[in-house]
Write a protein that binds this ligand. Structure first.
Ligand code: GCU
Length: 348
């Protein structure tokens, strides 16, 4: 297994070298090449939205820029891609908010379990620049910044063979999480053993039983094939973690005003297209997982999971008091949209 993994790493590094060296930074017509990396398959809303961005920018600034979108971890794992964006080796990448927590503690905020009361509250908070802007800019000194966010739905547990009906079912299970301290702590509180790893390694780890399950939105079942191996998907609704499009700050700062405006419009377009595609993609994934992969969807009472995780909020806020005003602003959205049901959490 380790041999295959190493072979995979070597292959990725090779592709990366070819991509970064071979293509140079000039397009066929002498334009500057803009590279955007992400880790989703080509049927995923993220990829579709980035292709619209490519078309949009090239339509308006095609004499200057040649936009290239690299899906499926072709440019490495999210952590690798953030580092490439940081140094300017590539211009943009999509990273989960979870990963960004290791680059700036400010991102811890959106990783808190049971932070948002509903998807409406989540969307409203993420659309509020007073909440997002300071966090999105917090990594400028490190060389990159967030330019927009993407919906990644609600994260829930899914397992190969153990239906998760209550937190006690998680006890002793090895569950893959993204590489963030908040996720590891959440799993510790829930009594299971967190196994942090990159997204691309999850499928083989499930198949070879290195892990008993994982947690993600429904797209992971179909788009990434996890539903071929995992037969129980349980709506405990523990996190709504956005994906974040980040860009190299020096590149963005150097754009002439007119061109910057076009890029900004393009970022808004990515957000709009991805969110438009998201709901349908999730509904289709759920249908396919049920009918073709034989995945059973479970709807446990979420209260016992919440009770265990909620004390994390105060612990985090005590450690990072600067986050409290943003947290309080989110609580206001939670009150405003308290009655809406979180996405996916009903069998009706
Ligand atoms: C989702 C999310 C990705 C993330 C992945 C993961 O698919 O959209 O950005 O990498 O979960 O669990 O790693």
């Amino acid at each position: 297994m380790e041999r295959f993994r190493r072979a995979g790493v070597v292959l990725t590094s090779f592709v990366l070298m070819v991509v970064l060296a071979g293509c140079g930074s000039e397009g066929d017509l002498g334009q500057r090449v803009i590279r955007i990396g992400h880790n989703q398959a080509t049927d995923h809303p993220t990829h579709l939205a980035l292709l619209e961005f490519e078309e949009f920018v090239e339509e308006r600034l095609g004499d200057k820029y040649d936009v290239e979108v690299f899906p499926s971890e072709l440019l490495g794992s999210q952590t690798d891609m953030v580092q490439l964006t940081q140094t300017g080796a590539i211009e943009f990448c999509v990273a989960s908010n979870s990963i960004l927590e290791t680059f700036s503690i400010d991102y811890t905020l959106f990783n808190m379990p049971y932070l948002f009361a509903s998807s409406e509250a989540y969307h409203a908070a993420m659309d509020d620049p007073e909440i997002t802007e300071p966090i999105f800019k917090s990594t400028r000194k490190a060389g990159f910044e967030a330019v927009t966010w993407l919906d990644a739905g609600t994260r829930n547990f899914y397992t190969v063979s153990v239906p998760i009906e209550s937190p006690k079912d998680l006890k002793g299970l090895k569950i893959r999480v993204q590489q963030s301290p908040t996720n590891v702590e959440m799993m510790r509180l829930l009594g299971s053993s967190a196994t942090p790893m990159g997204f691309g390694e999850v499928y083989t780890s499930l198949q070879s039983k290195i892990i008993d399950g994982a947690e993600n939105n429904e797209m992971a079942l179909t788009s990434n094939g996890h539903g071929d191996v995992c037969k129980y998907y349980s709506y405990d609704m523990h996190q709504m973690i956005p994906d974040i499009l980040i860009g190299n700050s020096a590149f963005l700062d150097e754009l002439p005003e007119e061109e910057r405006r076009v890029f900004e419009e393009g970022f808004a377009l990515i957000n709009e297209v991805e969110r438009r595609e998201w709901e349908n993609a999730v509904a289709a994934a759920k249908d396919k997982a049920q009918k073709e992969q034989g995945v059973e969807f479970l709807y446990p009472d979420t209260a016992p999971f919440q009770e265990i995780c909620l004390p994390m909020h105060e612990t985090i806020l005590e450690e990072y008091p600067d986050l409290r005003p943003f947290y309080d602003a989110i609580l206001e959205y939670n009150q405003m949209y308290a009655d809406e049901k979180p996405e996916g959490g009903s069998d009706s």
